[in-house]
Write a protein that binds this ligand. Structure first.
Ligand code: PMP
Ligand code: GLN
Length: 390
């Protein structure tokens, strides 16, 4: 049979994260590729979920999501950022941020519309833009002298025009670890106002910022609330990436667009987990802060180890990830190196190049995840040091 997959999805094979985890398992490698923690979330959260399942919370929750969770999400957003959302019309629960992002793009982007986003770009964005028949217009993030990735405002202005429907903003940013500043978001806000563009944000790492870097939700900038669909989820905040429970927040019309699509994709998300999360958002706030501090120390531990193994390590201000430049070790192709590393060094990482349209911009970069136990990070560094010893 000829290739049965629709043409617009043919450029998308197995995700790079799944591929690298598969390679890691096959080679018994230390897996610093796919971003997931190797320790559990807060005990009370897990016990509550088990309790609710045993207690009979096992049928479809309401279409919008459990009211307890919608109220908890709205209250948290209001308390931390002064952004008020009506839990009945402006908050909607999805199967992870992934489903919210997909339904947001499918519900708001017409075929032929352009979507501006920053590369390296999280892999699902390109795929859902293709599903919608949209056209992606990436703006490349590049490291400044301090090793922090940022964008050139002129490149952003040049990318946005009359065909632009949406800008996707991921902050804190996977894979660079950049936490966009208020000034950077101000540039984005000005461009959006000028061209009347919708913003879809991906804030799944909102709690994981380091060195005092402040997470600024794009919707808090003047004029932005009315045009912004803000998306977050529970996986990273509570170290439960398998729970796949997320939320979309924004003006009722934008949220309704997401809901209209998503009711035919997943219909609803797991109700027992939603109840457990609703309580944890306030009850486990200290756990989240401690986790953030622990991750900051892990970032430092892995970055120092990677430097001693010979990589040039870029500056990460948040997320689970650091980007490493492989050129000081004599390599120049990150895909080749990342595919070989599990066999040659017993370590898995993710080549950043697959997250770029501009292949040259990402060729020499490999992403390492530090959301692992210290002994696991140390083992990875030992293995890399041995593999690259002169
Ligand atoms: N966005 C980014 C930037 C991510 O790194 C991830 C990976 N967890 C997701 C979205 C997906 O989040 P979820 O698991 O809640 O679907
Ligand atoms: N967000 C995770 C990462 O960036 C992966 C999630 C996935 O495998 N799709 O590593």
């Amino acid at each position: 049979m000829d290739e049965p997959l629709v043409e617009r999805m043919r450029p998308f094979g197995e995700t790079i994260f799944a591929e690298m985890t598969r390679l890691a398992v096959e080679t018994d490698s230390v897996n610093l590729g796919q971003g997931f923690p190797d320790t559990d979330g807060p005990r009370s959260l897990i016990d509550a979920a088990a309790h609710h399942i045993r207690d009979g919370v096992n049928q479809y929750p309401p279409g919008l999501g459990r009211p307890e969770l919608r109220r908890a999400v709205a209250a948290d957003r209001s308390r931390r950022f002064g952004l008020d959302h009506d839990p009945d019309t402006e908050v909607y629960i999805t199967v992870g941020a992934t489903a919210g992002i997909a339904a947001g793009v499918l519900g708001l982007v017409e075929p032929g519309d352009e979507v501006v986003l920053f590369e390296p770009m999280y892999d699902s964005y390109a795929a859902v833009i293709a599903m919608a028949g949209g056209v992606r217009r990436p703006v490349t993030l590049r490291p400044g002298p301090d090793g922090r990735f940022t964008f050139d405002p002129d490149e952003l202005r040049a990318a946005v025009g009359p065909r632009t429907r949406m800008i996707i903003v991921n902050t804190p940013h996977n894979p660079t670890g950049t936490v966009f500043t208020r000034a950077e978001l101000g540039v984005i806000a000005d461009v959006c106002a000028e061209h009347d563009v919708i913003v879809l944000t991906d804030e799944v790492y909102e709690h994981l910022t380091f060195d005092g870097a402040e997470h600024v939700p794009p919707a808090t900038l003047p004029g932005m609330r009315e045009r912004t669909l803000s998306i977050s989820s529970v996986g990273k905040t509570f170290s439960v990436t398998a729970w796949k429970t997320g939320w979309v927040m924004g003006p009722a019309a934008l949220v309704r667009a997401v809901r209209t699509v998503n009711q035919f994709l997943t219909f609803t998300a797991n109700g027992a987990l939603q109840l457990a999360i609703a309580d944890a958002i306030t009850a486990e706030a200290d756990w989240v802060r401690a986790q953030r501090d622990a991750l900051q120390a892990k970032r430092d531990r892995l970055a120092a180890g990677l430097r001693s193994a010979g990589f040039d390590v870029q500056r990460s201000q948040g997320t689970y990830f650091v980007m490493a430049d492989i050129r000081p070790l004599g390599f120049d192709d990150g895909i080749e190196l990342a595919r070989a590393l599990p066999r040659t060094a017993g370590v898995a990482a993710v080549p950043a190049q697959v997250l770029y349209d501009d292949q040259d911009a990402g060729r020499h970069l490999v992403r390492f995840a530090f959301c692992k136990q210290d002994k696991v990070l140390d083992e990875a560094v030992d293995r890399l040091t041995r593999a690259f010893a002169p």
